[in-house]
Design a protein. Structure first.
Lengths: 427, 507, 377
C-alpha cells in the first residue's frame, strides 16, 4: 500500500514536469536563453533586457502577424550543459518560435545540437571565432574578419605598428582569432619573431611578468601593439598593471575585442585612456537611430546611466530582421523564416545598412575607438562601407576552401569549394 | 599665437598635428603648459572667445584655469567649452615636442628626462641642438645623458671612421637604455667588421647587467605575489590554525573588505587619496563584525564538527555573494587607485618597481608583525593561544572560551577585510573576488602548517616566488597546476605542513 | 528471473529500503519510458523527451550522490573532489562519442576531432588511441577515476591525512584538474570541452528511443550500484568501515589496516562516480572542464547532507530533491536560488545533521513512543 502511494506521488511529481500544451496559441513566443545568474550574468542580463525591450516595442507597434509577441525567459545559470537543457525546454515545452540567446562559444556549442535536432531558430548576438554556420542559427555578432582583421590593418597602416603581441584568454575565441591574425600578419610580411603570442587562464589577476615581457618586447626599437582577446574579469588587472609599469597608450597601444562600454562601466578608466577597441558599434556614435535606441534603453531600464554596447546592437538588428522576416514569410515556421531572413536589411545604429548574407552572417561596418576618460569610445577609424561576415576564415588552412551558403542549390553551412561536397551536416 | 589657438580649437582631430608643429615653431618654453594640458586631455576651447582653457578637478568641482597664467576663470560653465581631443599619435608628438622644449629647462632632472625621451628620435635638428648645449652643460648627469645621445649619433654615422664609432660604442656600453640596445643590435649588421665586433661586445656587456636586474625584477614579482597570498591567507591562518575552524566564507570576508573600500570611496569621492586610511579600519570592522556574527550564530553551534562547519560556512559564502550581487549589482565596481599609489619607482631603465605592489608588500608585512604582536603581547593573544593549545584546560583556568572564540574569529575575519582593501587596488571588486582566492589561501595555510603564523609567511612567499620563477618557462596556467600538485604531494609526505604545531594530542 | 528475485530478497534482508527503492525506481522508469515511446504527443500522460533527459540527468546525479555518501556517510571521509572522478568518467565517454563522429565533423577529418584539426594537430595524441572502441572507453571510464583515487588515496591515507586536510586536498585536486583541462594543449578541447556528439554504438543520440534506452540503463545501473553498495556496506567489511568512521585510531589499534579499507572504499566510490559521469555525458550532450569546478563537488555533498548521510536511500532522495528544486527555482526566481541553496547548507547542518532520512526516523520514533504510551495507558 505504502509503495503504491509513493509510486503515485513520484509519478505525479514527474507529471508536473510534463509540458503543458501552450494555452495561448495566438501569441508568438520569443525564447530568451541568457544566463541570469553565475559568472556570465554580468554580460548576459543586459541582453535579456534588450530582448524584452524589443518585444515591448514590437507589441506597441501592434505585435507581429496580428498576434502579440510574448517573451519566455529561462536562466541557464552560466552552466554550459544547462544551455542544452533549457534550449530543449524552450523548444518542446514552451514551443517558442525563436530563441535569442547565448554568449560564450561553449554555450552556443552546447545548445546547437538541440536546435538542429528540434529544428529551432536562434539568434546569436556576440562577436565570435567563426568556423561555424548552422542552418538554425543566425550570427549577428562580428566574425573575426569584421573585428580582428580591420583592427590589425588600422594598427599597421595608421599607427605604423610592426610588432604584435597577441594576448588572450585560453579558450576557443582568442585561439581562433590569434591563429587567423598570425596567418594574416605573416601574409602581410611580419616576421615570426615579431609576433608574440600569450595565453592566460580565465580571471587571471597577476599580470606582472606578462606585462613586463610585453614591455621588453616593445622596447626593441620597433613600434609594438597588443592585440587583446583577454576576456572579462582579467582585463582590469591587466590595464592597471600596464598603467603602473608606465606603459602608456602611445608607447604600446592595446586594441581589445572584448572590452566595451559595459565592461568599462565597472572600472577606473584612468589607466585605459587612449587604448583601443574594435567593434561594430559604439554608444558614442551620433546617428538619429542610435540616439533613439539609447533613449529607449534609458526609458526601459529607468536608469539614464546604463550604457549600450555592441552585443546589444547585434540583438537589436537580429530582432528587427527576424520581425521583418516573419512578416515577409507570413508565418513563424522556422524553414520559411530562415529563407526569408537571407537578404533582410536593417539600418545599423551607427549608420549604413546591415544585410543578412547567405551564410547567416551580417554585413556590418567596423569601427575602432579610443577609450576616453568617461568610459566611452572616440571613433578614430572606420571602414568604408560594410564588411561581410565570413563564417570560414580564409586564413586558416582547414577552412580556406569552405564556404557557407544557405540558398539553393548549395544549401550547406560547410561546403568545400574544391571537392564540391558538403560535410558536417546533420540534416 | 592666438589665431593658431583658434585653429587648434576648431580643427578636426586628424588636422591637429600640423597646427601643433606651427605652434611649436612659433613659440618658446611658455608653450609648455599648453602642451601638457593637451597631453593630459584637459584642454578645452571657448568657442565664443576663441581662447583655450584648462580644466581640472578640485575637490570634486570642475575648475577652469587659464593655461598660461593659471588664473581661475569662474565665469565659465560646462556648456561654454568644448574638449580638444587627442589621440595616441598626437600624444606621441606632444611628448617629443615637450622634450625638445625642455632641453633648456631649469631643473636638471627635467633636462635629463628630456634628453632620455629624445634618444629614440635623434634627428639632425635634435642632434644639432644637443651639440650646442653639450659644452655648456654643468650638471654631470645631464651631461652624461647628452654625451650618450651624441655617442649614439656618432656610432650610427656610417660615414665616420670606424675608430671614432668604436669609441662611441664603448661609451654606449655603460648604458641600460633600450634605445642604446636597439641601436647596437642594428650596428651588428654594419658593414665595418670592427664596428660589428665592438657592438657585439657592448651588447654582451649590457646583457649581463640586464640579466642581473631581470632576476631582481622576477624576485620582486614573486615577493609581490607572495604578499598578496599572505594577506589573503593570514586571516585564515588564525581562524583555521588557532580555532580549527574551516571557514569557507573567508573569501567573502575579503570581498566585504573590498566592497567597503568601494563604499568609502563613494562617500568621500573628493578625497580618494586618503580614502584608503579610512577604508582600512572600516573594512576591519565590517568584516570583523560579520565574522563575530557568523561565529555566534552558526559556528559555535557546530563546535567540534569541522566537516559540518565547512559545509555551513560554504552556505554562508553563497548567501554573502548573492547578497552583494543584490545590493551592488553583479557588475564589478570601480575602485580608484590613490595617486600616491600609482606609477612606479624607476631605479634604472631596465628595473622599475610598481608602487602599488611595493606598498602592498610593505603593508602585508606590517599586518603580519602587528598580528604577531597582538598574539604574543596582549591578553587577548594569551587567551587565544591558551585556547588553541588546550581548550579544556584553558576553560578550567577560567578563560571564557566562547568569548575568545568569537574574538578570534572576528580578528581573523577583520584581517581578511583588510586584505580586501589591498586587493581592491590590484584586481576586480566583484562578487567573485573571494572565490578566486579561497583555494590559494587554504593551500598556503596548509603548506605552512596549521596554527603557525610564521609558517604562513614562509609558505606565502615560497609559493609566490616559485610561481613567478616557473611562469616564464611553463606559462601561467601550468605554473599554477604544478604548484598545486606540489602542495598535494608535499602534504602527503608531511601532513602537518612546513612547520607542524607541536602538541601532545594523539591525533 | 528467479535469481534476480532472489537477489532482491537478499537485498531486503540487509537493508530495509532496498527492495521498495528498486521496485519504485524501475517501475517509474519503465512507465515514463513507455509513456514517452508509446503514447502520442498530445496525450495527457505523454512524457516529453525533455522530461526523460531531465530525469536521466537526475538519476546520474543520484548515482554520484551515492558515491559521495559511501565514503562520507559510511567512512567519514569528506571528499570535496568527487566532481573530478565524475568528470573523468564523463570525458572517457565524451572521447568515445567524439571518435564516433568520424568524418562528419565540421572539417570532415576522419581521424581527428574538430578541435584538433583547428589546433593544427596532425595526429591523434596517444591518450585518444583506442577510444573509438566502446569497451575500451568504458574501461577507461572506470579505470582512470579508479586509478586516480587509488594513487591519491594510497598516498593520503597511508600518511594519515584526515579530516579537513583531506577535504582541502581533494578540493585542490579537482581544482588542479580544472585548470589543466581548461588548457587547450591538453588535448581535451579546452574550455569548450567535447560536444556535438552524433551516435553511440551506432544509435543516433538524437532519437527518442536512444534517449529512453540511456535513461533505462541509467536507472538499472543505479539500482545495481545501490544493491551492491548495500550488500558491501552491510557485510563484515562494512562494519569495519563504520568502525573507522566512528574512531579510526581505535580500529587501528585493534589491528585493522584502516588505510587499506579507506583506499579501497575510496576507489570504489570513485569508480561509481566515473560510471555516473559516463552515463551523464550522452544524455546532456556535452562535457567540459566546468564539471571539475570545486563548487560542483561541494554541491554534491549538500545533496547527501540534505537527504541524510549514512543512508544510501537518503543520498538518492537528496540528489533528486535538490536538483528538482534547482530546476524549478532557477526558472522561477534565479536570484533567490543561491540564497535558498546557501540557507539550505546552513540550516541542514545546524538542524538536520542526519538529513531528511534522520527527520523521518525521528518522527517515526516519536510516533512509536506515543503509540507505546497510548497502548500502555
Amino acid at each position: 500500500m505504502k509503495i503504491k502511494t509513493l509510486t503515485s506521488a513520484i509519478v505525479l511529481s514527474g507529471a508536473t514536469l510534463i509540458a503543458l500544451p501552450s494555452l495561448a496559441a495566438d501569441t508568438i513566443k520569443v525564447g530568451v536563453l541568457h544566463s541570469l545568474s553565475g559568472t556570465m550574468a554580468i554580460s548576459e542580463t543586459t541582453l535579456k533586457d534588450t530582448v524584452l525591450m524589443m518585444v515591448d516595442e514590437q507589441n506597441k507597434k501592434g505585435g507581429l502577424l496580428g498576434k502579440k509577441v510574448e517573451a519566455v525567459v529561462v536562466d541557464p545559470a552560466s552552466n554550459w550543459p544547462l544551455f542544452a537543457e533549457k534550449g530543449r525546454e524552450l523548444l518542446t515545452k514552451d514551443k517558442v518560435d525563436v530563441i535569442f540567446g547565448s554568449w560564450t562559444s561553449v554555450s552556443r556549442k552546447s545548445v546547437l545540437p538541440v536546435l538542429e535536432e528540434l529544428n529551432g531558430l536562434m539568434f546569436y548576438p556576440v562577436q565570435y571565432e567563426g568556423e561555424e554556420s548552422s542552418k538554425n542559427v543566425f550570427y549577428t555578432g562580428a566574425a573575426p574578419n569584421q573585428q580582428a582583421i580591420p583592427a590589425v590593418d588600422y594598427l599597421m597602416n595608421d599607427l605604423g605598428v610592426e610588432r604584435f603581441v597577441l594576448a588572450g584568454t585560453d579558450y576557443v575565441y582568442p585561439r581562433t582569432t590569434n591563429k587567423i591574425l598570425e596567418a594574416y600578419l605573416k601574409a602581410k610580411g611580419v616576421a615570426a619573431k615579431d609576433i608574440m603570442i600569450n595565453y592566460t587562464p580565465f580571471g587571471h589577476s597577476d599580470w606582472q611578468s606578462i606585462v613586463s615581457d610585453i614591455n621588453k618586447f616593445g622596447s626593441e626599437g620597433m613600434k609594438t601593439a597588443v592585440v587583446s582577446t583577454i576576456n572579462g574579469d582579467a582585463n582590469v588587472p591587466f590595464y592597471k598593471e600596464l598603467g603602473n609599469q608606465g606603459i602608456s597608450s602611445e608607447d604600446i597601444p592595446v586594441v581589445a575585442f572584448s572590452v566595451g562600454e559595459e565592461e568599462l562601466s565597472g572600472l577606473d578608466t584612468k589607466p585605459l585612456v587612449g587604448h583601443l577597441a574594435a567593434w561594430n558599434y559604439f554608444q558614442s556614435v551620433e546617428t538619429p537611430e542610435n540616439e533613439a535606441f539609447i533613449k529607449a534603453w534609458h526609458a526601459y531600464t529607468k536608469n539614464s546611466d546604463r550604457v549600450t554596447n555592441d552585443p546589444m546592437e547585434a540583438t537589436y538588428i537580429g530582432f528587427k530582421m527576424w520581425a521583418n522576416a516573419v512578416t515577409k514569410a507570413g508565418t513563424t515556421d522556422v524553414d520559411a523564416v530562415e529563407q526569408a531572413m537571407i537578404g533582410q536589411t536593417t539600418p545599423n545604429l551607427t549608420g549604413g545598412v546591415a544585410v543578412m548574407n547567405k551564410n547567416h552572417h551580417l554585413s556590418k561596418p567596423v569601427l575602432i575607438g579610443e577609450i576616453q576618460d568617461n568610459g566611452q569610445f572616440e571613433v578614430v577609424w572606420e571602414t568604408d562601407g560594410v564588411v561581410a561576415g565570413d563564417a570560414w576564415s580564409d586564413f586558416l588552412p582547414g577552412s580556406k576552401d569552405l564556404i557557407s551558403d544557405w540558398t539553393a542549390p548549395i544549401k550547406c553551412g560547410n561546403y568545400n569549394t574544391k571537392t564540391k561536397s558538403c560535410s558536417g551536416q546533420n540534416y | 599665437m592666438d589665431p593658431l589657438l583658434v585653429e587648434l580649437g576648431e580643427a578636426k582631430m586628424k588636422d591637429v598635428e600640423p597646427i601643433l608643429v606651427r605652434i611649436e615653431a612659433a613659440s618658446d618654453d611658455s608653450v609648455l603648459p599648453l602642451f601638457r594640458t593637451l597631453l593630459e586631455g584637459n584642454l578645452y576651447y571657448i568657442e565664443a572667445e576663441g581662447q583655450v582653457v584648462g580644466q581640472s578637478d578640485v575637490n570634486g568641482e570642475t575648475v577652469y584655469k587659464d593655461v598660461f597664467t593659471q588664473q581661475t576663470r569662474t565665469d565659465l560653465q560646462k556648456g561654454d567649452v568644448d574638449k580638444i581631443r587627442v589621440n595616441n599619435k598626437l600624444r606621441g608628438y606632444l611628448r617629443n615636442a615637450m622634450a625638445r622644449i625642455q632641453l633648456t629647462a631649469k631643473s636638471p632632472s627635467v633636462r635629463e628626462n628630456a634628453v632620455r625621451e629624445l634618444l629614440s628620435k635623434l634627428d639632425d635638428d635634435t642632434v644639432e641642438v644637443l651639440e650646442g648645449l653639450y659644452p655648456n652643460e654643468t650638471n654631470k648627469k645631464v651631461k652624461e645623458a647628452m654625451g650618450l645621445a651624441l655617442a649614439m649619433n656618432t656610432a650610427s654615422q656610417t660615414g665616420l671612421a670606424p675608430s671614432n664609432r668604436i669609441a662611441a660604442i664603448e661609451k654606449m656600453s655603460t648604458s641600460l637604455e633600450s634605445d642604446v640596445r636597439n641601436l647596437l643590435t642594428r650596428l651588428t649588421r654594419d658593414d665595418s667588421a670592427a664596428v660589428v665586433s665592438a657592438a657585439n661586445a657592448a651588447l654582451e656587456k649590457i646583457a649581463q647587467r640586464v640579466n642581473r636586474f631581470a632576476f631582481v625584477d622576477q624576485l620582486f614579482f614573486g615577493l609581490s605575489l607572495g604578499s598578496v597570498l599572505l594577506l589573503a591567507s593570514i586571516g585564515l591562518a588564525i581562524t583555521f590554525g588557532v580555532m580549527g575552524v574551516i571557514n569557507m566564507a573567508h573569501g567573502e570576508m575579503i570581498m566585504l573588505g573590498a566592497y567597503t573600500t568601494y563604499v568609502v570611496q563613494l562617500i568621500m569621492p573628493n578625497y580618494i587619496d586618503y580614502s584608503i586610511w579610512v577604508a582600512i579600519p572600516a573594512a576591519f570592522l565590517v568584516s570583523g563584525l560579520m565574522g563575530v556574527l557568523i561565529e555566534r550564530l552558526v559556528i559555535c553551534r557546530l563546535h567540534g564538527r569541522p566537516l559540518e562547519t565547512l559545509l555551513a560556512t560554504f552556505g554562508i559564502s553563497l548567501i554573502l555573494q548573492q547578497l552583494v550581487r543584490t545590493i551592488f549589482s553583479p557588475l564589478n565596481r570601480q575602485v580608484s587607485t590613490p595617486s600616491w599609489m600609482s606609477g612606479s619607482w624607476e631605479i634604472n631603465p631596465v628595473l622599475s618597481l610598481t608602487l602599488n605592489r611595493l606598498y602592498i608588500l610593505a603593508f602585508a608585512l606590517l599586518v603580519f608583525i602587528v598580528l604577531v604582536i597582538v598574539l604574543k603581547k596582549t591578553s587577548l593573544g594569551l587567551n587565544v593561544r591558551a585556547v588553541s593549545q588546550n581548550r579544556n584546560m584553558a576553560k578550567a583556568m577560567g578563560v571564557k572560551t566562547n568569548w575568545v572564540d568569537a574574538m578570534t574569529f572576528g580578528l581573523g575575519s577583520g584581517i581578511a577585510g583588510i586584505a580586501g582593501v589591498a586587493l581592491s587596488q590590484l584586481t576586480n571588486v566583484g562578487p567573485n573576488l573571494g572565490q578566486s582566492y579561497i583555494i590559494d589561501s587554504f593551500m598556503v595555510v596548509v603548506f605552512g602548517g596549521v596554527g603557525n603564523l610564521l609558517g604562513t609567511l614562509v609558505a606565502a612567499f615560497t609559493l609566490g616566488i616559485a610561481t613567478k620563477f616557473l611562469e616564464p618557462t611553463t606559462g601561467a596556467v601550468l605554473a599554477a597546476i604544478l604548484v598545486l600538485v606540489f602542495i598535494i604531494l608535499f602534504i602527503q609526505k608531511r601532513p602537518k605542513g612546513l612547520f607542524p604545531q607541536k602538541g601532545r594530542a594523539a591525533e | 528471473m528467479k535469481r534476480l528475485t532472489a537477489w532482491f530478497s537478499e537485498g531486503r534482508s540487509t537493508g530495509k529500503h532496498t527492495l521498495p527503492f528498486v521496485v519504485i525506481l524501475l517501475s517509474v522508469t519503465i512507465l515514463a519510458s513507455a509513456a514517452n515511446l508509446l503514447l502520442p504527443a498530445d496525450s495527457v500522460f505523454y512524457v516529453s523527451t525533455y522530461t526523460i533527459t531531465l530525469l536521466g540527468k537526475y538519476l546520474c546525479y543520484a548515482m554520484l550522490a551515492l558515491a559521495v555518501d559511501i565514503i562520507w556517510g559510511y567512512c567519514g571521509i569528506l571528499s570535496l573532489g568527487h566532481g573530478a572522478f565524475f568528470a573523468l568518467g564523463g570525458y572517457a565517454m565524451g572521447m568515445y562519442l567524439m571518435r564516433q563522429i568520424g568524418d562528419r565533423g565540421v572539417y570532415g577529418n576522419p581521424l581527428l576531432p574538430d578541435f584538433m584539426v583547428f589546433l593544427d594537430w596532425k595526429e591523434l595524441p596517444w591518450f585518444w588511441l583506442g577510444m573509438d572502441q566502446f569497451w575500451f572507453a568504458m574501461l577507461m571510464a572506470v579505470l582512470v577515476p579508479g586509478l586516480l583515487a587509488f594513487v591519491f588515496g594510497w598516498l593520503a591515507f597511508r600518511s594519515r591525512v584526515t579530516g579537513v586536510y583531506l577535504s582541502i586536498m581533494t578540493q585542490a585536486l579537482t581544482y588542479a584538474l580544472l585548470l589543466a583541462f581548461f588548457r587547450n594543449e591538453m588535448g581535451f578541447g579546452g574550455n569548450n570541452g567535447l560536444t556535438d556528439f552524433k551516435e553511440i554504438l551506432g544509435f543516433s543520440l538524437q532519437a527518442d528511443s536512444t534517449r529512453v534506452a540511456l535513461f533505462l540503463i541509467t536507472a538499472i545501473l543505479l539500482a545495481v550500484v545501490f544493491v551492491v553498495s548495500q550488500k558491501i556496506l552491510s557485510s563484515r567489511l562494512g562494519k569495519v568501515v563504520l568502525a573507522i568512521r566512528d574512531s579510526e585510531s581505535r580500529s587501528r589499534f585493534i589491528g585493522y589496516r584502516t588505510d587499506r579499507y579507506k583506499v579501497w572504499l575510496f576507489v570504489y566510490s570513485a569508480v561509481i562516480a566515473g560510471i555516473a559521469g559516463a552515463l551523464y555525458v550522452p544524455q546532456v550532450g556535452i562535457i567540459n572542464p566546468g564539471e571539475f569546478s570545486p563548487i560542483n563537488s561541494i554541491e554534491m555533498v549538500i545533496w547527501v547532507a540534505v537527504g541524510g548521510r549514512g543512508t544510501l536511500i537518503g543520498a538518492v532522495i537528496g540528489a533528486l530533491l535538490v536538483n528538482y528544486a534547482k530546476t524549478r527555482f532557477t526558472a522561477i526566481m534565479p536570484d533567490a536560488w543561491l540564497f535558498a541553496l546557501g540557507a539550505m547548507f546552513v540550516l541542514v547542518t545546524l538542524y538536520l545533521p542526519k538529513g531528511l532520512m534522520g527527520l523521518y526516523g525521528q518522527l517515526k520514533a516519536k510516533r512509536n513512543s506515543v503509540m507505546n504510551k497510548e497502548s500502555q495507558a
